[in-house]
Write a protein that binds this ligand. Structure first.
Ligand code: DXP
Ligand SMILES: NCC(=O)COP(=O)(O)O
Length: 253
């Protein structure tokens, strides 16, 4: 079975929010991804609403329902609600995503850059939250550093999967260094040995995804946003510029 691709559309909302208004339209972009065959949509609404907002979460959940594909909602379950951000659990209660990916992000982080620490106190705190999410029929995945020695403890709080944080792998791969891949291979084996499924994400791209999946065929899902949206810009610029030139020429006739 090949890994499923869930496209993260956070970056479409970054562009939209930079001007206000509705363009580019997050739902239209997500629809284009699904029309192209993507297996699902991922978003990570941040408490500061820097990109995806609560209203996007509702609209994208409805779209995923229409296409009968998985909606993967990412967030920190410990981050308190604030105006414009009802909190991760409340969002999950409202839209019941197929998968809830818990990420231990701090507020000031530019992006996700580490997984859970899997210590006793954290696992105890996660346990009731995981149970609440599973009662909503959400599959629960915990963001994890591939090199973390206790990563398999995710199973102890009832999680179904771990998502391997692939940022370090991507960075090393760009330098021609494949050693970080061995860490991910080993992490996936440790997770699978205790019955956890394995997802992966962060900075995956056309340049590094093939090597990753060939080395870890057990990966069930990759969520990809930043690189994919950037690559889509390159792929789409030439036809778009040609379309504008055609309009200009036609207008001059
Ligand atoms: C797993 C995770 O949390 C991130 O990879 C995230 O989805 C990216 O978020 P930003 O788009 O905000 O950088
Ligand atoms: N879970 C990772 C994700 O959704 C996308 O990460 P990135 O491709 O934007 O780095």
């Amino acid at each position: 079975m090949s890994a499923r691709l869930s496209v993260n559309v956070n970056k479409i909302a970054v562009l939209r929010n930079s001007r206000g208004g509705h363009e580019p339209d997050v739902v239209r972009a997500a629809r284009a991804c699904l029309d192209a065959g993507a297996d699902g949509i991922t978003v990570h609404p941040r408490p500061d609403a820097r990109h995806i907002r609560a209203d996007d979460v509702h609209a994208l959940a409805a779209l995923c329902g229409e296409y009968e594909v998985e909606f993967n909602l990412e967030g920190n379950p410990f981050a308190p609600p604030r105006p414009g951000y009802p909190g991760f659990l409340a969002l999950c209660e409202a839209v019941r995503p197929a998968q809830a990916t818990l990420v231990p992000d701090g507020d000031g982080q530019v992006t996700s850059d580490h997984g859970f620490d899997f210590g006793d106190a954290e696992l105890e705190a996660l346990k009731p939250l995981v149970a609440q999410l599973k009662a909503l029929d959400c599959r629960v995945s915990l963001f994890a550093d591939a090199g973390h020695p206790a990563l398999a403890r995710a199973a102890e709080c009832g999680a179904d999967r771990v998502e391997l944080y692939t940022g370090p792998y991507a960075e090393a791969h760009a330098q021609g260094d494949l050693s970080a891949l061995a860490t991910c291979v080993e992490a996936a084996a440790r997770a699978r040995a205790v019955g956890l499924g394995v997802n992966a994400g962060h900075d995956l791209s056309q340049a590094n995804l093939g090597d990753f999946l060939r080395a870890i065929p057990a990966v069930e899902e990759v969520s990809i946003g930043h690189a994919l949206i950037g690559e889509a810009l390159y792929a789409g610029l030439q036809p778009t510029v040609r379309a504008y030139l055609a309009i200009i020429k036609n207008a001059a006739r």
